[in-house]
Design a protein around this ligand. Sequence first.
Ligand code: MZP
Length: 505
Amino acid sequence: MATILDDISRTFSEYLLIPRRTRKGQQADQVDLSTPLSSIERLAAPKLKINTPVVSACMQSVSGTELSIALARQGGLGFIYCSQSIESQVDMIRLVKSHKAGFVQSDSNVRAQATLCEVIELMAQTGHSTVPVTDDGSSTGKLLGIITDKDFWEFEDDLSRTVGEHMTPYSEVIHGLEGVSLKEANQLLHKHKKDCLPIVDAGGHLVALVFKKDYVDHRRHPLEMLDESKRLCVGGAINTHDYKERVPALINAEVDALCFDSSDGFTDYQLEGIQWIRKKYGPDVVIGGGNVVSAEGFDFLVEDGGVDFIKVGIGGGSICITREQKGVGRGQASALLEVANRRDEYFAKTGRYIPICSDGGLANDTQIVIALAMGADFVMMGRYFAMTEESPTPKTSINGQMYKPYWGEGTIRAQNWQRYDDGAESKKMVFEEGVDAYVPLAGPLAEVLHTTLFKLKSTMVNVGSDSLAEFRERAVLTLVSEQSVVEGGTSNVFKFDNSSWGNTG
Ligand code: MZP
């Protein structure tokens, strides 16, 4: 006969945090939100740590290039989806990694014979006001000079004159030599009061450009997730079907973390995939596994597979209908509590700490806070990021409101056959596990996330915690009754409806 668990499948909205003592001097702006994304062996430093405990879902309508860049700049990590060809996933990863390397390849170049009119057109097209002049007009040609929008007056000068007549010639261009470090390049920019530093090789060919604005930008994003070469970090989703081809390609593109994207990770297929990657690439590559919703699933992927982090959650996603369609899943709070408990037992027994990611179903900022209090090291979100300006879908106006399309990976639209079949050969999708929907546009990622994280930090102060580890340790939660949920809202007051003020003038 089937086993019936004693506990009810519970969700985040059924819990509240009880405040703990706040120490003198504890303030939201001093809370540290950094968290490990890879296993920790006996208190050694993790291979990968993120500065903000949020990652974006491995979904077509969420983790595009622009979103992954925006999220990495806020200290989180985007997981570029694998429901696309290996080549296009690799291209997206490369785009994120090359976004702001400090050294960038020049993408607007001219020959000295070009006219001012042509260079004005180029500047308007690319938005760049500094253009290297090379012998063949390419980004790797011999550098002859630099022309900027300060070298001519568009409405005064004769625009049929050549770039060569107006540019700063190479002999007067402050430049760096190939091999110079980013720090030295920035020092040259500072010393010579320049905005752009061309880097040339021993033969005088253009290699890269370094911009002052990138340095300033970096200083403005202190939590930015950078790799050792100062490039933005990015994750890549993988599946159990083509990992033998996809993983080498992603590793070659220098992806920072891999993550199996599967609604059910408690399978021999995923175990084989993890073991294959470990055997080929050793312990250094960061691998996430899942999804699981039980201690048994955790043991399977950690003890047998050796994953770095575990994703928890089946059926809670905002666009997910797996529970309705298949009768599989578990309330997200119950799943997370059980897996986090097993993670702590495993740590006590082995000294190996496995970070846990709560994936899907976070309906508001409060639930993010509760998930982190319950033991998640970080959260993965789809809907939340789909609502931002940077998600890859187009803005759409419906009845005067702006929306963005958001669809599940288990929809026919996502054409993601591998994820939802039984791990064998791909086959035609017989039923959908996700829906195709719209979400309201919330604004730029940085602004939306800033509010969420500020709320999180302020709750952490209520619980007397300076770090996420301390938050998990000190958190005391209580189940709430339906009546206490009602009590938590406003009561017996007339609420002003801001939106109606505009209508009534
Ligand atoms: P949410 O943040 O929108 O609530 O949930 C995002 C999560 O839902 C994803 O990270 C993934 O685990 C899950 N997901 C993605 N597609 C489907 C589906 O089509 C799904 N059923 O459940």
